[in-house]
Design a protein around this ligand. Structure first.
Ligand SMILES: Nc1ncnc2c1ncn2[C@@H]1O[C@H](COP(=O)(O)OP(=O)(O)OP(=O)(O)O)[C@@H](O)[C@H]1O
Length: 664
């Protein structure tokens, strides 16, 4: 997978250390094709805040001491509260030392209902065919102290196959409701928004409510957007775009890109505006995994060998332990990750979808916002918001998709986890059951979504359906669950982490990554500090050697090795196969090594940044630095061997340079 094709995207820098703060890239963003083409960006809403005593807030702004009660229930100690205004929305931030917890205020929410039985009065409901509606309601700013899950429905166009089979369209819709005119009866549903088959990607982005989630994630909330629906109903199209979207030319890409890339672009723009207005520093960190046959697989670093398990803690809820997460600085980087993740994701072809996802994919974008208290410059607060996108695998009927063997196992696992999700949704939407046992633990998916469903997050569900008669039952199932999901109530709460905790976590991660690096280097035959010369010349190693950084090593050793490999390959066919396998493995390991090295740099830089603001000495910088070297051990001309990780170059994957450890 080449990074180069993505280089055409002009993108802002997002890793905002105060002296850079996006400004250097601002002009290139304005020239971005994103800006010129289909994506429009709203100006950021002015944010201001006032600080008051907690008693004043609970009496004045909130019902029945709700905030106080919830803060106490969650063990949050509150010294004072800050009311933060952002556009039309207002949130309460409870502050105690370095801890922050935020509550959204002002309840407002459209209720929903379902009409079954006889055919309803269609009234303003129009056929979806050839009608283009532009009057979607923008409710990006509606939220309440108890925040109900927002649900929108997207109806995809009929497929070529459905048209060829003469499959009838049975769904008609208006802006916020739809009717399914089934074989025996019609049903009407109400949702926050309904997108007809002609709606484009930009409209879904602008009117689904996703912008509100992004804004809230910047403010420290955990915000989840998940796509739900039958196989082939358009979930991946809505979240990511059509198959091959990342390979399209720039113009097409920005027409067809789905919610995720559009959201990231919006996020970058919002951060750029916020940093130009304030002293905020933002860090963006990304992880991407899939749940395939009830196993968790890392989509960014799939061959890391790390065992990925779900763990739970009172503080963090359920999370994937050991998951690779990388700091990203540019739009290019995140697009590369998305593209790679899509590529690594398990897909297969079946009768209802040529590119069917066989797993639930979860992309998490963590937004770390470091703020300096304007009253007390020594006081640092770090909000930890998250934006989570979940592209669920689609439910499917085996008799329709004709799945067999491996696909049948996948189908069973998909349907099982969706069944548990459905059970959780049903229980949470029932007033009498929601305080009882919710079976989150019955599947990995529901464990990981527990914060988003009935927890402390903010959630948007996008239900996708086909308008075709043959999909009636599946569409109705989706709509019933979507309808129930509207009744799920979350209590949004944004938590921060203390500085000390962040430093500890970063150090722990750094240590883990270094250990992994060490193991990878051993696999590659790259020596450590105390065996530099011997390891490079060892011929007994299983893998071809990579330059080890000693200035005495010569290119001839490597070419000799390759030469020998070529000879063996000529001599013996079986050896050739074995060697090519080794080659592939070496490439894989080398790539992982590069990823880990880059990650080490970023973590070290972040740690450096955090420690510098605390005035702590940065001795860790000297324990292992990496510089790029060519086959003669020389650094690129513009790169000095430096004691600072900041000076490290970013290497093109295809360059002739390798990373070399540099001892100070
Ligand atoms: N709104 C839309 N406009 C045009 N084409 C669409 C739309 N939605 C879906 N499609 C097309 O329909 C097909 C199925 O869509 P997609 O792969 O997104 O379904 P899915 O729900 O993710 O399925 P699965 O659960 O099997 O992965 C694809 O060819 C996709 O390009």
């Amino acid at each position: 997978m080449s990074v180069k094709t993505l280089q055409e995207v002009h993108s802002p820098r997002v890793f905002m250390i105060p002296d850079q703060k996006f400004k250097s890239q601002a002009s290139s963003l304005n020239e971005s094709p994103i800006k010129r083409k289909s994506i429009e960006f709203e100006p950021s809403k002015a944010t201001n805040s006032r600080r008051v005593s907690k008693d004043a807030v609970s009496n004045k702004s909130l019902d029945n001491g709700f905030v106080k009660k919830n803060l106490t229930n969650r063990g949050v100690q509150t010294d004072y509260l800050e009311i933060v205004k952002s556009g039309k929305s207002e949130s309460i931030v409870a502050l105690s030392g370095s801890q922050i917890s935020s509550f959204a205020t002002s309840t407002s929410r459209v209720s929903s209902s379902i009409v079954t039985g006889s055919k309803p009065d269609v009234g303003s409901i129009k056929s979806t065919k050839n009608k283009k509606k532009k009057n979607y309601q923008d409710s990006n700013n509606q939220f309440g102290e108890k925040d109900k899950v927002r649900v929108v429905v997207r109806i995809r166009p009929t497929s070529d196959q459905e048209q060829a089979n003469g499959d009838q369209e049975i769904v008609s819709c208006d802006r916020a409701s739809l009717i399914v005119e089934g074989k025996t009866q019609s049903r009407k549903f109400f949702f926050d928004s309904v997108f007809d088959p002609n709606s484009n990607q930009d409209e879904v982005f602008n009117y689904s409510g996703i912008k509100r989630l992004i804004d809230m994630a910047i403010d420290g909330f955990v915000c989840t957007c998940f796509a739900y629906g039958q196989t082939g109903s358009g979930k991946t199209y809505t979240m990511v775009g059509p198959a091959g979207a990342y390979e399209m030319n720039t113009q097409d890409r920005y027409l067809h890109f789905g919610l995720i890339p559009r959201s990231i672009n919006y996020l970058f723009n919002q951060l750029r505006q916020r940093t130009s207005d304030s002293q905020s520093v933002f860090y963006i960190r990304v992880s991407y995994y899939e749940i395939y046959n009830e196993q968790i697989r890392d989509l960014i670093n799939p061959n890391s060998g790390r065992k990925l398990e779900i763990r739970g803690s009172q503080e963090e809820g359920f999370f994937v332990d050991n998951l690779f997460a990388t700091y990203i600085e540019t739009m290019d980087e995140i697009l590369t990750i998305l593209r790679e993740g899509e590529y690594n994701r398990s897909t297969a072809s079946h009768l209802l979808n040529e590119h069917s996802s066989r797993s639930h994919a979860v992309l998490t974008i963590q937004v770390e916002n470091e703020l300096q208290n304007s009253d007390d410059p020594r006081e640092q607060m770090t909000k930890l918001g998250k934006l989570i996108f979940v592209d669920l695998a689609g439910s499917e009927k085996v008799k329709v998709t004709m799945s067999k063997g491996k696909q049948l196992t996948e189908t069973n696992n998909i349907n099982k986890s969706l069944l548990v999700l459905g059970t959780c949704i049903s229980a949470l939407s029932d007033q009498n059951k929601r305080d009882g046992h919710i079976p989150y633990r019955d599947s990995k998916l529901t464990k990981l979504l527990s914060e988003s469903l009935g927890g402390s997050g903010i959630t948007l569900m996008i239900a996708c359906i086909s308008p075709a008669m043959t999909c009636e039952n599946e569409s109705l199932n989706t709509l019933r669950y979507a309808n129930r999901a509207q009744n799920i109530e979350n209590v949004p709460l944004a938590k921060s982490d203390s500085r000390e905790n962040i430093v500890l976590k970063l150090k722990r991660e750094l240590r883990k990554l270094k250990e992994e690096n060490h193991v990878l280097k051993q696999q590659l035959g790259v020596p450590n500090a105390n065996n530099v010369s011997t390891a490079s010349s060892s011929s007994g190693s299983r893998f071809p050697k990579i330059r080890n950084g000693s200035s005495h090593s010569s290119a001839s050793t490597e070419s000799e090795l390759y030469g020998r490999l070529r000879e063996y390959m000529k001599e013996n066919k079986s050896l050739k196969n074995e060697n090519s396998q080794l080659e592939r493995f070496r490439e894989k390991v080398r790539k992982e090594h590069e990823v880990l090295t880059r990650e080490n740099e970023k973590l070290a830089r972040k740690l450096d940044q955090v420690l510098r603001t605390q005035g702590v000495a940065t001795e860790y910088l000297t324990d292992s630095n990496y510089v790029a070297v060519d086959s003669n051990g020389a650094a690129p001309r513009n790169v000095a061997k430096s004691t600072s990780v900041r000076a490290l170059p970013k290497l093109d994957k295809n360059s002739n340079y390798t990373f070399q450890q540099h001892y100070l």
